[in-house]
Design a protein around this ligand. Sequence first.
Ligand SMILES: Nc1ncnc2c1ncn2[C@@H]1O[C@H](COP(=O)(O)OP(=O)(O)OP(=O)(O)O)[C@@H](O)[C@H]1O
Length: 620
Amino acid sequence: MAMDGQALGPRQDTSRQDTSPQDAPPARRRRVSPWGILKPVRPRIWLAMAISAGSALFTLAVMVLLMAAVGQLAAEPGSLPWGLFAGVVICTIGAYVARLGAFNQAHYAAFRLERLLRNGLAARLARVPLGYVETQGAGALAKVIHDDVKALHVFVADSTPLYARAYVTPVVTLAVLLWLDWRLALVTLAVLGLGYGILTRAQRRRRDMVRAYNAAREKVSAAVVEYVQAMPVVRNFDSGQQSFGRYQAALDGYLKVMLDWYRAAGFPARFSWLVLSPMPTLTLVLGAGLILTAAGDLEMSRWLGVLLICTGMAEAMMPMMMLRHMIEKVSLSVARIEEVMQARELERRADLPVAAPEGAPALSFEGVRFAYGPDLAPALRDVSFAVAQGSVTALVGPSGAGKTTVARLIPRFWDVTAGRICLDGTDIRALAPDDLLEKVAFVFQESFLFADTIAGNIRIGRPDASDEQVIAAARAAQADGFIRALPQGYDTPVGERGVFLSGGQRQRIAIARALLQDRPLLVLDEATAFADPENEAELIAALSELMRGRTVIMVAHRLATIRDADQILVFERGRIAERGSHDALLEAGGTYARLWQNYEKAQSWSLGAARAPVTAEVAR
Ligand SMILES: Nc1ncnc2c1ncn2[C@@H]1O[C@H](COP(=O)(O)OP(=O)(O)OP(=O)(O)O)[C@@H](O)[C@H]1O
């Protein structure tokens, strides 16, 4: 994971809040009503709804005016009802314009909401502990910012005008029907009731089904992503068998959920659609109207009026069903967005003293214990050490011993479970996050470069740096040579995440960036891990330049890079097993001496030397 101090973002309010790595995603997301999150754009949504309701009223008015016009024509065939016709035209235009207006307002609200949410999420991510971002995964967070916000956009833009129509149309239609003829209104209502009853029955297990459907769909997405992302590994190692098997199993699960759903709800749902379609209502109203007109109990024009609008109620049910489905869908997105919005921010602990004792070490770990989760074994236990100003401390030890954890606790990826970490004698939790980052520069295994120019990427460390300062930093980082050889020199774009540069080159840009930041404490975590042999010497020279005069904590696998460290801390299973200088530790003949021997052996390996025993082994 690559990091820059700036990514932690703006200054915080000061109030006590611990950060802990237990902010993992909940196993099952609660369903959240989307209305709360729409608050900032609610007035516009109300407006869109009101205009949409107006459009529904205009549409009904058209029907009523038509009915009146036909009635007048039947009563006085010689005179055309121009006024009513004009009313029909005006109301038709009104309905159209209102519909367009509602659509526009809903879209304005949707765009505004999208921007607000994306900004809000980005700002929140800039303030949460980096460990939260790491736990959630960059992909999942990007999906929230992109897909879930988009889902809300679609909901606001398309559904909110529908809402008004879905409620206003049936109520007003029923009122008009009752006014026209209560008996035919009851016939219409009976058909509607029947259709609704069947539909409700069909949707009885809907909630469980939707849940199963969403879970199955998420499994398929995860399997697809794994299958595609792991393609190089898949091709090399399992010719697709295992990962394709997982993908296939996810697809089978999805198919089963769909078939179960279809079997359980398919027929009643289709039958209810049939009942709610215009034909049954029209047939019954036609029949009943015929009987009533024949008995001289119903005016022709009223009958016509009922025929014109009776299907409107059933039609209005359709958007309601659609809306229910949309709300269910969008509520999952809202839950995910709210989860990120409510992620705890990295805060300053106001209850801890800021006053530093005289002569305190540059950095100290005091009885630090840390676990990644309440149920997980501690990754660090009782770790205490002090780092003097201007000295170099190296962290070594077997894989999983806790070295990276130590490096990441310093910028507060997580907060300690017990004990404390101090910078110049002050608990790091007492410092404002920005002040903490002012003091520490980090160079991690792989450095993140933005899709900017090389100069832009170096300047991220200090935006006001002059061109001369940028060049001086690049020169010290042994990067000036390769940068000048690029077609546009310092103005060369580095591509998305710096893809146009090699790992070692990216790392030297990151070192130039850290040089420009000029912070007193430097944390290096496997900073040479991705250097190719050609780059390694230059990278080490760049690091030496960066380390000059600074207090350094470095995690290193290549023991040669730490030989001259003032202090070497050897970690084993989360504890410091040994400490001392290179020579003293070698003499002690413990873990470090063993690691060093292994390291030297590894250095003297060559493929030629290795091939003989391997071949012999295989031949046996
Ligand atoms: N994000 C995490 N969530 C849960 N456990 C973790 C996490 N990161 C590390 N661990 C665990 O914490 C322990 C210490 O890991 P750490 O990465 O600090 O070791 P390390 O000495 O740096 O190893 P390596 O040399 O392989 O990088 C390990 O047991 C590891 O499995």
